[in-house]
Design a protein around this ligand. Sequence first.
Ligand SMILES: Nc1nc2c(c(=O)[nH]1)N[C@H]1C(S)=C(S)[C@@H](COP(=O)(O)O)O[C@H]1N2
Ligand SMILES: [Mo]
Length: 172
Amino acid sequence: MNRCGFFLAGAVIAGSAFSPTLAMTQPLQQPSGEVVLTVGGQISRFNGDAVAMFDQQMLATYPVTQFTTTTVWTQGEVHFAGVALAEVLRDVGASGSTIIATGVDEFFAEIPMSSITDTMPILAYAMDGQQMSLRNRGPLWIMYPYDSNATLRSEVVQTRSVWQLIKLDVAE
Ligand SMILES: Nc1nc2c(c(=O)[nH]1)N[C@H]1C(S)=C(S)[C@@H](COP(=O)(O)O)O[C@H]1N2
Ligand SMILES: [Mo]
């Protein structure tokens, strides 16, 4: 049964609208390709030693969230596609108040859980329809739709826009 079917069965058995218990007991699939993201800390679904590892194919199984925006790092309007950070956090059973996002260069930023919505930020895996190379700030880049709201065009949100993202830690 796929994840969705499993979830629905759980909801029916429990007789409630939302019953994460059964879905949460199903282990995450194992990555078969190169691991691009490791999620650790306060999570409850794993596929490794206290961590949840993702390859690109696993990230592609989530609904795609996408938008077009300008950024201070790119030229003109750019289309970004990826998975909502909230979607990944929900799937690994994250519980905490802060996400610490770290790039391959060991740059890290704290993202308050309260600032994360169903649609942003995204873990962008494509820019103008192309996967992003490490050299081009990929393969994952935390991205906000800066053009949609003036409050997103701030230094604090820029700082949270971690490129070459490799790790998320869910902290107290
Ligand atoms: N991986 C990674 N992401 C990063 C950074 C970095 O050094 N490494 N710098 C952050 C900061 S502090 C800002 S303001 C923005 C833009 O950095 P820049 O203006 O130096 O390009 O990217 C953010 N994302
Ligand atoms: Mo910055």
